[in-house]
Design a protein around this ligand. Structure first.
Ligand code: ZN
Length: 101
């Protein structure tokens, strides 16, 4: 099953209150259940690219933080600077404002 990708936006297909599980539609053509607490919900279709850093707890101490962005259409944009206010998605061939996770 396809994993849910961080920074991407998914349509909510269903929400089961007793189990607190949200069913996401269109996760690479599949549906996937995810705990509500792991999601950030938005009423509107996103307009901004989401920027987050890729470092994990296992990464080397002192290693440089690496940031990537995901555009509203779900394209991954590598090598983003935190100072960037606009980023360019080559697949959409347009610029997006950034929003930091
Ligand atoms: Zn794009």
């Amino acid at each position: 099953m396809a994993p849910v990708q961080r920074g991407r936006w998914y349509r909510i297909a269903d929400y089961d209150r007793p189990s607190d599980l949200v069913t996401l539609g269109d996760v690479d053509g599949d549906e996937l259940q995810v705990p509500y607490s792991r999601l950030k919900l938005s009423r509107d279709v996103p307009e901004k690219a989401v920027v987050y850093n890729t470092s994990t707890f296992e990464s080397t101490p002192g290693a440089e933080m690496v940031y990537v962005a995901v555009c509203p259409k779900g394209h991954r944009i590598p090598d983003v600077s935190l100072k960037d206010e606009q980023i360019h998605c080559h697949e959409c061939t347009r610029d997006y404002e950034c929003e930091h996770e």
